[in-house]
Design a protein around this ligand. Sequence first.
Ligand code: ES4
Ligand code: ZN
Length: 326
Amino acid sequence: SDLDALIDALPKAELHLHLEGSLEPEQLLEFAARNKVDIPFKTLEEVRAAYEFSNLQDFLDIYYQGMSVLQTEADFHDLTDAYLQRVAADNVRHVEVFFDPQGHTERGVPFDVPISGILKALDAAKAKYGITYRLIMCFLRHLSEEEAFKTWDQAKPWLSRIHGIGLDSSENGHPPSKFARIYEEARKEGLKLVAHAGEEGPPAYVYEALDELKVDRIDHGNRSLEDEKLVARLAESGMTLTVCPLSNLSLCVVDDLTQHPMKKMLELGLRATVNSDDPAYFGGYVSQNFRETAKAVGLTRDDIITLAKNSFTGSFLSADEQAPHL
Ligand code: ES4
Ligand code: ZN
């Protein structure tokens, strides 16, 4: 359709992407074979069948299991490069990507391995694909504050290469306030701050992310819509929400894409953006998220242009760096 052509043609930024969530079934088998990692699947069909779930925890269990095939710097490089190549074809010009160091150090892969491989691919992206980047290190919120501080210490030599920190994994029972001291340290180092909040968790967690973590962006934020005062605050402050429609559908945050709040978010004056979250698991990269959402909730040309613009104004690029894309 006309809208699909517009979506393809517009320069876009992706602000919510877990690199480990871009591990396609084919790559999982390839990395398992080359690293001789035992996995409980033999065929693509078996992997695809395993990439099925209906809530955040079921997804996370499979996501952490999938990570076990990522062993070497080359694996992380190849994973990142494949993602960049994929989104370059969709006119994505800038990416702000997450990685989960604790998902790797926990199983004996040293901190330096993932970050070295990831940065090698990201550093080549401008020349290879015309894509700029920021790298965001996430803490797993189901682990302790002490574990987060251990990871923070391992990250210290890399801080000039890490632009921001994030908070992900199982949300309920692990409120943002649990990590207030880590965020304070990162803020002192001049890092950008983001956190998943209001995906499955209540509006109170979005308030905590704002007030106790002092985040620059909210990842997801869907459940903010349950609280009128919170919506007004987010709209007035121009807070960016990195919304992930196909993720929300896969994890039953919404029952049906026609029920997705994206249109409503724009009507409420929220600075929403469209992102893929874990595209290998949720059935689509960023352009597909745009296309399916546009169709399901009736986004107009203006809505789509606004969303593409928001992806740059909500990014951590300077105004000068954003300008050519707007
Ligand atoms: C995630 Cl969708 C989602 N939510 C929370 N944590 C995550 N890590 C990777 N994907
Ligand atoms: Zn996410």
